[in-house]
Design a protein around this ligand. Structure first.
Ligand SMILES: [Zn+2]
Length: 318
């Protein structure tokens, strides 16, 4: 099921709600570069599950009430299957993927679309990787999270906007922890940048994939909320709050994005030594052990994202 790693969230919505593999496969061929990809749907749901488990009963009720005003709430409840997770947990997790589902779509929900909020393309320029200036400082994931913090703490915000903003916050705290959402490689091969690894082809085993897609799929590629919830429990047990000094060291969306940028340098591009190709035909093999290490990074990032999302909700959801 590796192909699921390539799924766009719009297609994921069809797949999740309609169980239509045909639509999924048709849609996966239409995905544009860079902008359509993020943690896979399962990754976003996993991070949401971690955060929801952290909330007090009172805050769980509060966020559940807020999400009832979401424009897609009825569709989500219709897709709920009793017998596993409870409805509030399911809805909170389900809302995590919505910003990708409405991305570059038309229709009534397009007023809530912010296609550039999903990432920040910090430049990676080997061999020294100077930081440079923040790309698009009024239209990137850092800016997006800051706008959502304002809306969610505004007690006068209209209910639908507040619900959409909560869904967005759940999503973006996930995105900013995906290393390849916070980086773009610049070198002689990629003078305009590799767009977060979307133009960097590699070959794990006998498949050819974009580097970005490998990272998107590290937290799971099959939609099954109970599985994502179980993974959240497992990852939280592995990474307690006290085991993560990053939680007290890096406390702003910008610092989270810079953590991700450094991971992209160290583990994503192996300090600039990872070989890739602009063409799928000439994609080089990935080094042995690459994806094993990357998965460990992704799970730790998921733990950080879950704790930080819970903290954001405690601080900003009024
Ligand atoms: Zn996204």
């Amino acid at each position: 099921m590796f192909a699921l790693a390539l799924v766009s969230k719009g297609v994921y919505a069809f797949y999740h709600d309609m169980k239509s593999a045909t639509l999924f496969l048709a849609g996966s061929l239409l995905i544009p570069c860079h902008s359509a990809l993020a943690w896979s749907g399962p990754g976003h749901e996993l991070i949401a599950a971690e955060a929801f488990r952290e909330l007090s009963p009172g805050l769980k009720t509060k966020v559940t009430d807020i999400l009832m005003a979401h424009p897609d709430y009825a569709r989500w409840t219709n897709s709920f299957q009793p017998g596993g997770l409870d409805l509030p947990t399911f809805i909170f997790m389900r809302s995590a993927t919505w910003p990708d589902e409405i991305r570059r779509t038309t229709g009534p929900n397009s007023i809530y679309d912010h296609p550039n909020w999903h990432y920040v393309d910090w430049a990676l320029r080997p061999p020294n990787f100077p930081l440079g200036t923040e790309p698009s400082p009024t239209n990137n994931v850092i800016y997006g999270i800051e706008q959502l913090e304002k809306t969610l703490s505004d007690s006068n915000a209209v209910p639908e906007l507040k619900a959409a903003s909560l869904s967005w916050l759940i999503h973006l705290v996930g995105d900013v922890h995906q290393p390849l959402h916070c980086s773009s490689l610049f070198n002689d091969t990629y003078p305009e940048g590799d767009r977060g690894g979307n133009e960097f082809y590699v070959k794990p085993a006998d498949r050819v994939v974009r580097l970005h897609s490998i990272w998107d799929g590290l937290l799971g590629t099959r939609i099954h909320p109970q599985t994502q919830f179980n993974d959240a429990v497992r990852i939280d047990a592995q990474y307690s709050r006290s085991s993560l000094p990053e939680l007290t060291k890096d406390t702003t969306p910008k610092s989270w994005s810079l953590e991700s940028r450094q991971l992209a340098i160290d583990k994503g591009y192996l300090g600039g030594k990872l070989n890739g190709s602009t063409s799928s035909e000439t994609a080089p093999p990935l080094p042995e052990g690459y994806t094993t290490t990357a998965k460990e990074v992704a799970e730790k990032q998921a733990a950080l994202a879950g704790y930080r999302l819970a903290d954001e909700i405690r601080q900003y959801v009024k």
